[in-house]
Structures are given as structure tokens and as C-alpha cells.
Design a protein around this ligand. Structure first.
Ligand code: MG
Length: 487
């Protein structure tokens, strides 16, 4: 990796270490909040984190820091990456007025409580007024941040650098084909599998998960596995990356596949080049590319016959009820396809359809072609059209995700990017054989060399072209689904 040598960029990297240190502390405090923090500490913790975030913004927007970034003449790819990433942060912190950020924070804090209540009552009417305010705020945010073609572009770019409505339309052009494929695949599968009901011993499943992660290459000397209500990955630094899992007591694939998913996120952060340590580019480049790593391990590697073959013996030792099930049956259980109302329950065939539905609604809300009051109706009609089932109430439909209560409009499309990119890696990085042999170290070496080690040096789109030799191409995903589910 090229070294940072230009004096201004070296000075920026030196100053950035203060920012990174605050970020490190914030990540550790956030991890603790979700895992071990006593419940009574939440207000105090909120205050401390808020203050640290303010400190961080101050460092980013310090006039000397900004003028160093503006005046820097980067001399190589690493330096260009550093300046690009810093410019993005500075833009974010300088274009949004302080009062706007405070209003957004107040509104989302309230919206979260209201959303929970609305969801429990399955009544969208309870959530509607506050969601109207959030949509208004996000439309204002788009104006502050600026865009060329479509206001939604400004919001998409927050989560996936360079993503636009135009690119989303290209990506989702395969939706009718996926929807058709899904209808054909679901006929081949039973509605339920008996293993979904099997209760397991949590201690044994935890040991199995640790074994699987070790075999796949998780470095326990630089990482941890804990439990939390929602599985997640958090990166403190290059040498401290933690994941969490959740044990629900039955249907073991949920905990196992969630662990494999978070493992994929974690390895991306653990494999960034040491040369980028403590710089602004020592991190995964975008949510979409991050999700492509987690979903590659979960869907392509984890939900494969080779994976079942590799771990069948250990699985049966940890989960004795598997004795009556052969490898093919376990594979069927891991890859079951049936219409789901909830995105988080969706298999890899229908998943993108759930994302597309949200994309269409968000785009409509931001451009003003869809009103908040129309959401439940359009949601239910689109579900029926794409997936063939209709939610019986709002909590199984329009109220299911937390994202809108968080004002995270523009986030969802990154899930589709990640899901579809897995197939592009599968074919274009020559990973088919390695997946077929469950050869984890060679998969890891390839992803590490082509993607991980670069951190955020290149913008996501350029990274994909450099890694796979072509632009993002959703057609690989169609081919992958056909081969895996219809051949
Ligand atoms: Mg994920």
C-alpha cells in the first residue's frame, strides 16, 4: 500500500487520530450499551455519548482542519482516499445547521417511542403524524446537502457514496425477473420444515458457533462474540472487532446464520491493511460493500451443501436432534424459500423484493408523489404484487422496520446492493470452486486481497470495478439464483 508522504496529508492523519480516538470510545460505549450496561445507566450514557459526538464534530469542523483538507494536494491513491473521506465528513457537518441536527435528534427520539407503541397496537395512524414530520425533515436535509438530479440522491449518498435514483433504477430493473423466479422456486419447497420447531441447548449451540467461526478464520485474539437483542458488529479499531448473536431457543439456523453474517462484517474490518491503521480510510467503505461481505459468508458460503458437509459431524454433536436428518435435508432447512411478510425473515430469493418495495415508497415520499397517509395501502398492494401475500395488519406491514423512526431514509437500498454483489464476487472472483470445497482460507484470501485490505481508499463503485473487472451488474444475481434454486 502506498505511504502517506505529502506534508499536509501527514498532518491531517496526525490530527485525525484525536477524531479516531473519540470514535473508538463511542463505539465501545455503544457496544456496551447493547450488551452489558445496567439499564439504569441509559440517560447518563446518552449524555456522555452526546458530548463526545459534539467534540468529534468540533474537530472535523475546526477551521485549520478544514483548510488543511481544502489545500491538500494528494499524491497517490491512499492520500486521495483520505482527502475524499474527510471531505465527505466535513460536508455533512458543515452543511447541516446545528438547529436542524438538534431538531432531527429530538424528533427521532420521540418517533422511536411512538413507533414502538404503534407497532404494538398494529396501528399506523399512531405513527403517521410523527412520520410526516420526519419526511419533512429529510426533505429539508436533502436541500441542505445538495443534489444534482433528485432530492433522494442526497439521502442515498449518506449511506452509499455516489448512489443515485438513476443507479437504483438500473439495479432494480431485475425486480420483475426476481419476482417471477421467486414464484417458480417457492413451488419446489415445503411451507415449513420440522427443524424450525426443534429446541436446542444454548451452551452447545454457542460452542458450535465458536467452532464454525474459528474454522472460517475469525481471530478471537482480536475479536469477541457476545449476546444482544439484535445481532450486530462493531469495530473499535483494527485489532478489536466484536460481534453479537442472539439465542431464541429453537430453529438453530437463525442464530447460526446470523453469526456467520456478522462474521462477514467483522472480517472486512479485521483485514484492512495495517498501513491504513488510525487513518480515515481504515474502515469498510460503505454499507452496501459491508453488507456484501456479510451476505457472501451467510448466503453463498453458509447456505451451501459444502458448508453442511464440512460441519455436519460437529452440528450433530451439538444438536443431537439432527441425527434423523441427512445432509440434503439440513441443506433444505437452511435454504427454505416461502413468502414472508417480514424483511428480516426473508430468504435470499425474495429479499431484494422487500428492499425494492421500501425504495419505491421512500423515493415517492421524498419527491412528494406519495403521501404518508397512503403508505399502508401502497405497502400492502405492492407486497401482494411482488411476493403474493398481503399483511393482515400494519405491524406485519408498513410498521415492521425501525429505519423510518430513526430518520434513516435512503438506507434500505444498501441491503440490495450487498445481496446482489455477492453473486458478482462468486462468478467474477472465481470463488465457485472454493465455495464448493468449503475452502474458507482461499475465500478469505481472495476477498481480503480484492476488497478488505483497501478499506475506504476507493469509493465503493470504483472498488467494485477494481475487484471484479466490471461495473456493478445485477444480472449475476439472477444467474446465481437460477443455478442455486432451479437447477
Ligand atoms: Mg448486516
Amino acid at each position: 500500500m502506498e505511504a502517506v508522504k505529502t506534508p499536509e496529508v501527514r498532518e491531517l492523519v496526525r490530527r485525525y487520530r484525536d477524531i479516531k480516538s473519540l470514535d473508538y470510545a463511542l463505539s465501545l460505549l455503544g457496544w456496551d450499551m447493547e450488551t452489558y450496561m445496567p439499564p439504569g445507566a441509559s440517560r447518563e450514557r446518552g449524555e456522555v455519548r452526546g458530548n463526545l459526538k459534539t467534540q468529534m464534530q468540533r474537530l472535523y469542523t475546526h477551521p485549520e482542519f478544514i483548510s488543511l483538507v481544502e489545500g491538500a494536494r494528494p499524491a497517490n491513491d491512499v492520500e486521495r482516499g483520505i482527502i475524499r473521506v474527510l471531505r465527505r465528513w466535513i460536508k455533512f457537518y458543515t452543511r447541516l445547521p446545528r438547529e436542524f441536527i438538534e431538531e432531527e435528534e429530538r424528533t427521532t427520539a420521540e418517533a422511536f417511542q411512538v413507533w414502538r407503541k404503534a407497532k404494538a397496537r398494529a396501528d399506523f395512524g399512531v405513527f403517521r403524524p410523527v412520520l410526516e414530520r420526519i419526511v419533512e425533515l429529510e426533505r429539508r436535509k436533502a436541500e441542505y446537502l445538495g443534489y444534482e438530479d433528485h432530492p433522494y440522491d442526497a439521502l442515498l449518498d449518506i449511506y452509499e457514496e455516489g448512489l443515485t435514483v438513476k443507479k437504483c433504477e438500473e439495479m432494480f430493473s431485475v425486480v420483475p425477473e426476481i419476482s417471477d423466479l421467486f414464484r417458480r422456486v417457492r413451488e419446489r419447497y415445503p411451507d415449513r420444515h420440522p427443524l424450525e420447531e426443534e429446541p436446542y441447548d444454548e451452551i452447545f449451540l454457542r460452542r458450535l458457533i465458536e467452532h464454525v467461526l474459528t474454522e472460517m478464520g475469525f481471530d478471537f485474539s482480536r475479536g469477541r462474540v457476545d449476546t444482544s437483542p439484535h445481532p450486530f458488529t462493531v469495530e473499535m479499531g483494527l485489532h478489536d472487532v466484536r460481534i453479537t448473536v442472539r439465542f431464541e431457543g429453537r430453529d438453530f439456523r437463525r442464530a447460526l446464520m446470523a453469526a456467520v453474517h456478522e462474521f462477514g462484517h467483522a472480517t472486512y474490518e479485521m483485514n484492512v491493511s495495517e498501513d491504513l491503521w488510525m487513518t480515515p480510510v481504515q474502515t469498510g467503505v460503505s454499507l452496501g460493500v459491508h453488507e456484501s461481505q456479510s451476505r457472501f459468508w451467510e448466503n453463498v458460503v453458509g447456505r451451501s451443501r459444502a458448508f453442511v458437509g464440512r460441519f455436519r459431524e460437529e452440528m450433530t454433536l451439538a444438536l443431537p436432534f439432527l441425527r434423523g436428518h441427512d445432509a440434503e435435508d439440513i441443506y433444505t432447512y437452511l435454504t427454505l424459500v416461502r413468502p414472508e411478510l417480514l424483511r428480516v425473515e426473508a430468504d435470499e430469493v425474495q429479499y431484494v423484493l422487500h428492499v425494492y418495495l421500501r425504495y419505491r415508497l421512500e423515493k415517492g415520499l421524498i419527491e412528494g408523489s406519495i403521501g404518508v397517509d397512503e403508505l399502508p395501502q401502497i405497502w400492502n398492494d405492492t407486497m401482494e404484487e411482488l411476493i403474493g401475500i398481503r399483511p393482515s395488519n400494519d405491524s406485519l406491514g408498513v410498521l415492521q422496520d425501525i429505519h423510518w423512526a430513526h430518520a434513516s431514509i435512503g438506507y434500505f437500498p444498501t441491503y440490495a446492493i450487498g445481496t446482489m454483489l455477492t453473486a458478482q464476487y462468486y462468478y467474477r472472483l472465481g470463488l465457485r470452486d472454493a465455495v464448493g470445497r468449503a475452502d474458507f482460507s482461499s475465500i478469505m484470501a481472495t476477498l481480503g486481497e480484492r476488497i478488505h485490505r483497501w478499506g475506504a481508499v476507493y469509493p465503493p463503485r470504483e472498488l467494485v470495478v477494481r475487484a471484479t473487472g466490471e461495473e456493478f451488474n445485477p444480472r449475476h444475481f439472477l444467474r446465481y439464483l437460477e443455478e442455486k434454486y432451479l437447477s
